[in-house]
Ligand binder design. Structure first.
Ligand code: NAD
Length: 236
């Protein structure tokens, strides 16, 4: 297999979603072998398809073990699975808060910890955060807190695991996926999403390209960074 990522063994979570599908396809096109994981095994992907809930410890342990068995080892983990709940603070239950933190933050922690166990040599972890983890957003505080936590995990692991394992985050802006459901939004909501320097929402392929770069040999001197791919919405 030729390409910038030839021979790289990658475990990708949230692989059935909008950014996940584009990322899986881009990683494979760049020469990587990809284990595609989601709550249910994703259909129509190029490589092993695994099913499990990243927020559950037993599932995280099993997903990493299955990926290692299928790929013969693990070089890169892409922590992309996530959920968005939009609710005012006063309507947010403890159950909702725990669910969002459970998937978006505990899931990243569990998958990251198990992946590191499976990386005896060098490796990379790429966490999908969000610009909202930096900017905050009304009516989405658990989500924003979870993504700020992902950025903090990224920086902490980058320090702890250097120089063996490089750990970075990608922080997307508004991206055209089922999660954003842009077409169904009100004109006011659409205006909030597109009120940024590039004046449009992004495509999943534009996030995938950043993830491919962070997995590539060209990113060998990059760790602990949070790469904003957001049309200029946040500049940090
Ligand atoms: P999406 O809803 O299309 O895909 C998310 C995927 O994660 C789904 O396939 C879903 O089944 C999977 N998933 C959810 N909970 C899971 C769990 N517990 N275990 C395993 N898999 C689970 O959304 P997307 O836009 O492709 O989101 C991908 C990532 O990008 C998420 O982390 C999201 O927070 C982040 N993000 C998205 C946007 C955006 O505007 N779309 C912006 C910033 C960040």
């Amino acid at each position: 297999m030729s390409g910038a990522l030839a021979g790289l063994r990658v475990l990708l979570t949230g692989a059935a979603g909008g950014i996940g599908r584009a990322t899986g396809a881009a990683l494979v096109a760049a020469g990587a072998r990809v284990a595609h994981a989601d709550r249910l095994p994703p259909l129509g992907v190029d490589g092993p398809a695994l099913g499990g809930d990243v927020s559950l410890e037993a599932d995280a342990v099993r997903l990493v073990a299955e990926a290692v068995a299928a790929l013969g080892g693990l070089d890169v983990l892409v922590n992309n699975a996530g959920i968005l709940v939009e609710q005012p603070l006063l309507e947010t239950t403890v159950e909702t808060f725990d669910q969002v933190i459970g998937v978006n933050l505990r899931g990243v922690f569990l998958m990251g910890r198990e992946a590191v166990r499976a990386m005896p040599g060098t490796g990379r972890i790429i966490n999908v955060a969000s610009e909202l983890g930096i900017l905050g957003r009304a009516n989405a505080s658990p989500y924003c807190a979870s993504k700020a936590g992902v950025i903090a995990l990224t920086r902490s692991w980058a320090r702890e695991l250097a120089p063996r394992i490089l750990v970075n985050a990608v922080a997307p802006g508004p991206i055209d996926t089922p999660m954003l459901d842009f077409a169904a939004r009100t004109p006011e909501e659409k205006a909030i999403e597109t009120n940024l320097p590039l004046g449009r929402i992004g495509r999943p392929e534009e996030i995938a390209a950043a993830i491919v770069f962070l997995a590539s040999p060209g990113a060998s001197y990059i760790t602990g960074q949070c790469l904003g791919v957001n049309g200029g919405a946040a500049m940090t």
